[in-house]
Design a protein around this ligand. Sequence first.
Ligand code: C5P
Length: 310
Amino acid sequence: MAPCTVSAPAKINLHLEVLGLRSDGFHELAMVMQTIDLADTLTCVTTADGLISLQCSRDDLPTDGSNLIVRAAELLKARSGFAELGARLTLEKRIPIGAGLAGGSSNGAAALVGLNTLWGLGFSSAELEAMAAELGSDMPFCLAGGTQLCFGRGEVLEPISVAPDCLPAVLLIKHPQASVSTPWAYGRCRDLRGDFYLESEADFEQRRDALRSGPLLAALRGERPLPPLRNDLQAVVEPEVASVQEGLALLRRTPGALAVAMSGSGPSLFALFADLEQADAARQQLAPELTAAGFEAWCCRCTGSGVSLV
Ligand code: C5P
């Protein structure tokens, strides 16, 4: 059978607000997530030996049962009831690891889509989304992609109507030696802010409504300029990670940058520009400083869909 190839794009957070702490230990969030065109590629080949194996172009990524690709494949197989299903999976990694770009979640979502197709299982989008939510809070977004409000743990999606021409271009930077553990960032947030969390569903809903009717969504519809971006984890991570302080300072003094923020739990950082030409010009202008500080940089487009068969 022909191999199946899936594109697994990264996301950035245009908004990340920590509302409160839930009884399941996760944080209640209000986010705007946006797919960008920096993507990994997952290739799936079927085998009949009942084994799931993963190879990756980078040797610093675990390929055992801790990888979300393997976990997604095992869950899909278990739900299918066909114990003999096997797959050889190969990941071409381009999204930086441990960066706050949902690379691992997007890879897991790609495995769900690729193997559902390759194994001919016929699970619906809703069924795949439910499996994705079991595996990780960001994974349902990675399946659907585009520009979405994400509530709950991050898995409750509400599409946003955007004017595609008004979506900004992205200059993304990350220091290759820096990485932030997401549980650490949320744990630190709890230590620092725990007394200031909202507690009632009515308060949560008020914040969701403020986001729905606020200036960020109006800007994405093309009705006004972009407001400053909010990421509550940035206040937690910035004081602890030198490359985040340095990178934010660099991006903030870049001419033409419409807004600057950290993505997710970091440490990747981004600046938004009116178009790709301006993002590219900024990257060239910043190149000597980025190189001197050791940052990697990518210019990306915002796109309208998540993981997809190639
Ligand atoms: O869902 P996921 O496995 O991606 O979450 C990783 C960790 O991030 C969780 O174990 C938790 O510590 C933290 N988290 C959280 N609240 C969320 C999402 C993640 O506290 N809404």
